[in-house]
Structure formats: structure tokens, C-alpha cells
Ligand binder design. Structure first.
Ligand SMILES: Cc1ncc(COP(=O)(O)O)c(C=O)c1O
Length: 369
């Protein structure tokens, strides 16, 4: 089937762009002798994880325990959960994963660590962890100056095993242009360098120094200390990456396909894709450089000015050759959010619809009772 014959709205996955993005980032890891454990909360898909493994990824960083369990079922050996856990129910899942594979969680607080240690001790299991170091995002993590003291406290918990340190310079999304990105790369690399030095001086061994984000990747991959990189968004890219010049339109693999369904005034179209496809995300961490709610490919005269749940308002600036009934392709602001809004990616290869790939572990899509 031709793409033009698809029902709308549809969330499209451009296979060429996807494969190219996966290849480019993998090659940079290979050139710099680094391991790529992609953050898979971006796509939440078994098939896409398989593709990443086929071209050289050696592990995964997961944003949910559902994703960790999916990777474990796939037989993966190196699986890391990005955040601490602190409930009996989820610690049980951590213990199950630890029994089956080389599973690593991240810690940044003693209360949670003690809970995990106690349950691990009862099961006779040793749970691996890295310590989260705050490189400027100020979300999770200990400050580098408090790192050794925290590691010393964790060392007393005998059913926990230190494997390394981790960070995520997510505050890079506060950058409004390409030139600002270096400051965040410095935060990431200098923080981890100091952290490593302090830990080694204190007698700790660090098997893994792991970090990553898509905007800082091309520089951080060259850092001599970081040995595992965790970009996530790079597989799809999006309008946020366009705004900071980390992508070009041709690289954006995930798009929303929509039909113009109304033309209520001279300067306004309405399309049949709204917040439930595109998401209302306009960039995290204070980024004010994003205009509207997506980029309409090939139509700079259109701005996605507003979204209702199922329809979108397109402001027309100047001349347009579009009319009611025409189809348009919109690059969402944040592709990770858009991916989580659909159950299937509709795969397009050179204009032909060739496949559909399930989003296997969408957030909150599992029965919990
Ligand atoms: C802890 C952690 N690591 C890595 C990433 C990947 O960052 P990006 O999507 O910019 O590549 C994220 C994304 O939010 C994250 O939360």
C-alpha cells in the first residue's frame, strides 16, 4: 500500500531514517570503543531493541521495570534500570530479574537501598547497582562531593554490589541552540571525571561509568572515562532535536500522518491529529525555543498552533498550496511521548507501507491486578 492511501491519523515510522540513526550512533560508539546500551523508553519495542542489538548494542537502559522484563524475556544479558526502586512489589521484580540476568539498578538514597538490601538478603541474592551522580539535572543523584560518603554507607549493605556510577545530563534540553550544548557536555564529562577520581582514590573499583543523552552524545562518546552510552531519542529524533540542530528533517523517523479536514478561515486549517497523537510536550527543562506542537514537513507556512484531543489547529502564514482533503506529515515535538501514545508504529519504506510494529510495553498499559 502507498503511504498516501493510509487511514489517518497514523503514527509512521520511516525505516530508512530509523536504520540510519541506529547505524550512525552505533558507529560512533564503535569508533570510540564504547558500549551502547540505548535508553529504550523512547520506543518501548521488542523489535526495535532487536534491531539495536543486531547492529551492535550490548545492553539496554530501561525507563520502566516493564521494559526491563521485556529485555529479560528476550534473553538479554546486560539490563539496567535507570531509576531507584522503593516498594516491596517492585523490589520483588528487581530480585526476579537479578536471578535471571545481569541486572543493574541505580541508587541515590539510603532508605531505598536498605529496603532492597533487606529483601535481597532474605532471598540470598546480591543486587547490582550503580550510583547516580547529579551532573546538573538536579533530579536524581548525589552531588559529586557527597559521593564517597554515600558509597561508604552503601558498602555496609552486604547484599548490594557496586558496579559503577551513572549520570544523565537531561538539563541539556534547556539549550535553545546548538552552541549552548557544549556547556552541558562539560557538566556531564567533568562531573563524571571528578566522581571517578574521588571513587578510585577512596579505593573503589568502577566497572561501568555510564551516561548519555542524544544532544550531548557526539561529544560525550569521545570522553575517556565514560564507557557505556545511553542515548534514547536518537532512534526517532524530533522537533526538539531540530530546534537545537541535532537533527535534520530527513533524519526524523517518527511522524504523525494527518488529513486536513477543515478550513474555517483564510489563515486556519484543522487536521485530524490532536494531542492524543502529537502530545502537548513543548520541550523540557525550560526550553522556550519550540514554536507550536510539531513541524509540518515541506510546509514552513504552517504552524501547529494548538491541539484539542483529536484535532489540531494549523495557522497558515502566507501562501499555501494545501486544501481540505490533503494529507500532511508532522514531526512531533517529542517523539518519545508520541510513541507512548500509540499501540503500533506503521512502518513506511520509500513511500510504501511495509509493516506494523507493536509498541510492546507502553507506559501503564499492563493490568496490575
Ligand atoms: C536516565 C536517562 N538516561 C538517558 C536518557 C536518554 O536521553 P535522550 O532521550 O536525550 O537520548 C534519558 C531520557 O530521558 C534518561 O532519563
Amino acid at each position: 500500500m502507498k503511504k498516501e492511501n493510509l487511514k489517518t491519523p497514523a503514527i509512521l515510522l520511516n525505516m530508512n531514517a530509523l536504520k540510519n540513526n541506529m547505524r550512525v550512533y552505533q558507529e560512533m560508539c564503535n569508533e570510540n570503543k564504547k558500549e551502547l546500551w540505548p535508553m529504550i523508553k523512547t520506543h518501548k519495542s521488542k523489535k526495535l531493541m532487536e534491531m539495536q542489538l543486531e547492529i551492535g548494542a550490548t545492553g539496554a537502559l530501561c525507563g520502566t521495570l516493564d521494559e526491563c522484563e521485556m529485555c529479560c524475556e528476550m534473553g538479554m544479558k546486560k539490563i539496567m534500570y535507570a531509576y531507584p526502586v522503593a516498594s516491596k512489589e517492585n523490589i520483588e521484580r528487581v530480585i526476579e530479574l537479578t536471578k535471571k540476568t545481569d541486572f543493574i539498578i541505580r541508587l541515590d538514597n539510603l532508605d531505598g537501598a536498605k529496603m532492597i538490601n533487606e529483601m535481597a538478603e532474605k532471598t540470598g541474592i546480591v543486587v547490582s547497582y550503580t550510583i547516580i551522580v547529579d551532573s546538573g539535572l538536579h533530579r536524581f543523584g548525589v552531588l559529586v562531593d557527597n559521593l564517597v560518603e554515600f558509597a561508604d554507607q552503601l558498602k555496609k549493605l552486604k547484599n548490594l554490589k557496586l558496579r559503577g556510577i551513572s549520570s544523565h545530563p537531561g538539563h541539556v534540553y534547556g539549550a535553545t541552540c546548538e552552541t549552548e550544548i557544549q556547556k552541558y557536555v562539560d557538566d556531564e564529562c567533568q562531573t563524571l571525571s571528578k566522581a571517578k577520581e574521588l571513587m578510585i582514590d577512596a579505593g573503589y573499583e568502577l566497572e561501568y561509568i555510564t551516561s548519555g543523552s542524544t544532544p550531548t552524545f557526539s561529544e560525550a562518546v569521545k570522553d575517556k572515562n565514560i564507557n557505556v552510552l545511553h542515548p534514547g531519542n536518537y532512534v526517532f529524533l524530533d522537533s526538539i532535536q531540530l530546534s537545537i540542530k541535532k537533527a535534520e528533517v530527513k533524519d526524523c523517523a517518527l511522524t504523525v500522518y494527518a488529513t486536513i479536514i477543515s478550513h474555517p478561515s483564510e489563515d486556519l486549517f484543522i487536521c485530524d491529529a490532536g494531542a492524543k497523537c502529537l502530545g502537548l510536550d513543548q520541550g523540557a527543562h525550560g526550553n522556550s525555543s519550540i514554536v507550536g506542537f510539531g513541524t509540518v514537513i515541506g510546509h514552513p507556512e504552517l504552524i501547529v498552533a494548538g491541539l484539542s484531543e483529536e484535532v489540531g489547529k494549523l495557522h497558515i502564514h502566507g501562501e499555501t498550496n494545501l486544501k481540505v482533503g490533503d494529507k500532511i506529515e508532522i514531526i512531533p515535538n517529542h517523539s518519545c511521548s508520541t510513541a507512548n501514545l500509540c499501540s503500533f508504529y506503521t512502518v513506511v519504506d520509500n513511500g510504501e507501507v511495509v509493516d506494523s510494529i507493536p509498541v510492546d510495553v507502553r507506559g501503564n498499559s499492563f493490568k496490575r491486578i
